[in-house]
Design a protein around this ligand. Structure first.
Ligand SMILES: Nc1ncnc2c1ncn2[C@@H]1O[C@H](COP(=O)(O)OP(=O)(O)OP(=O)(O)O)[C@@H](O)[C@H]1O
Ligand SMILES: O=P(O)(O)OC[C@H]1O[C@H](OP(=O)(O)OP(=O)(O)O)[C@H](O)[C@@H]1O
Ligand SMILES: [Mg+2]
Length: 287
């Protein structure tokens, strides 16, 4: 079975890292190869343009794909967004020259006939129609930010993250059109595929990697006399496992904590009498 991944750009490296955490590592192959075998037998990576991946997954070129939510919407591909990733996060915004004295959708409505450069034709059209803005869309395939200064358009609809690129080109975001983030997608009919079992297993492992993010496993040794004390010191949401240690009338208490809770969990457990506290990374939480 095939997994479509970006052939370049922002999503490529984080996607390879995420796949590797899932247990799918690319095996060495010809540098120019677009189909790459992996450490998971029968699973191949296929390199494609990020924006083509939704339509190509819909067409059956790969069973699973990595792309951006923006490209899923823009392509109008009939695919299922299975996992929301924690990278590729940005906004698609409507931006104008800084000198324009406007600050809302209402103000844009007063700008009848403006030309808007964007690579997101469908997203832009829907935004303009929904807000009853009459504008001409100038379709570009990138570098929209430079268009107003070249006189090719008046405003743009494009990806904004830190805002540095807009600023550099004398532009300012006025309205957010939508949020975007990396996504794992699959064809709507993947469940009927001959590979359904394998696809399901891979998606389960991927969800396991996401669920484990930010979580740590905490082990501690506790004397019998302090056990109640230590357990009640742990945050109420945690339900620790306990097991009797072979000697010394002591227990091992094991719990899972969010990374940002760790200082509090450790401090309270220690005060309550826990010893030898060990914190371990969690790779996957499969539900
Ligand atoms: N500055 C950014 N921060 C976070 N995510 C971004 C940023 N710019 C783009 N993205 C997201 O990353 C994904 C891929 O972005 P992009 O369109 O830049 O393609 P690319 O992989 O860089 O290819 P190209 O080189 O053709 O631009 C899209 O979903 C996009 O929304
Ligand atoms: O708000 P910012 O943090 O400046 O990010 C926005 C920029 O990031 C993306 O470009 P990218 O860096 O992917 O380069 P590209 O134009 O080659 O795609 C996007 O197309 C914007 O130009
Ligand atoms: Mg880019």
């Amino acid at each position: 079975m095939k997994i479509a991944i970006p052939n370049k750009g922002r999503l490529q490296q984080p996607t390879l890292q995420f796949l590797s955490q899932t247990g799918i590592k690319p095996l060495a192959s010809d540098e120019r190869a677009l189909i790459i075998p992996t450490s998971w037998e029968g699973v191949q990576l296929v390199l494609m343009r990020t924006e083509d991946i939704p339509s190509l997954v819909e067409a059956g070129a790969a069973e699973i794909g990595f792309s951006g939510h923006d490209y899923v919407v823009e392509s109008q591909a009939d695919v299922e967004e299975i996992i929301k990733l924690d990278y590729g996060k940005a906004k698609i915004s409507f931006a104008t020259p800084q000198s324009w004295k406007i600050s809302s959708v209402n103000d844009i409505r007063g700008l009848d006939g403006i030309r808007i450069a964007t690579k997101y034709y469908n997203i832009a059209k829907e935004f303009l129609d929904k807000n009853e803005i009459k504008a001409k869309i100038v379709k570009v395939s990138g570098a929209a930010e430079v268009m107003p200064s070249l006189g090719a358009c008046d405003a743009i609809i494009d990806v904004v993250s830190t805002g540095t690129t807009l600023k550099l080109h004398g532009l300012r975001p006025i309205v957010d059109v939508m949020e975007t983030y990396g996504v794992v997608i699959a064809s709507r009919s993947w469940i009927k595929s001959e590979e359904a079992e394998k696809i399901n297993l891979i998606l389960t492992m991927m969800k396991g990697v996401i669920s484990a993010k930010g979580k740590k496993m905490v082990f501690m040794n506790v004397d019998d006399s302090k056990l109640e004390n230590v357990i009640s010191s742990l945050p109420a949401m945690l339900s620790p496992a306990i097991s009797k240690l072979g000697k010394n009338n002591a227990w091992e208490v094991i719990t899972v904590a969010e990374e940002n809770q760790l200082p509090e969990v450790i401090a309270k457990a220690k005060t309550a009498g826990a010893k030898d506290i060990v914190v371990v990374n969690i790779e996957k939480v499969v539900k």
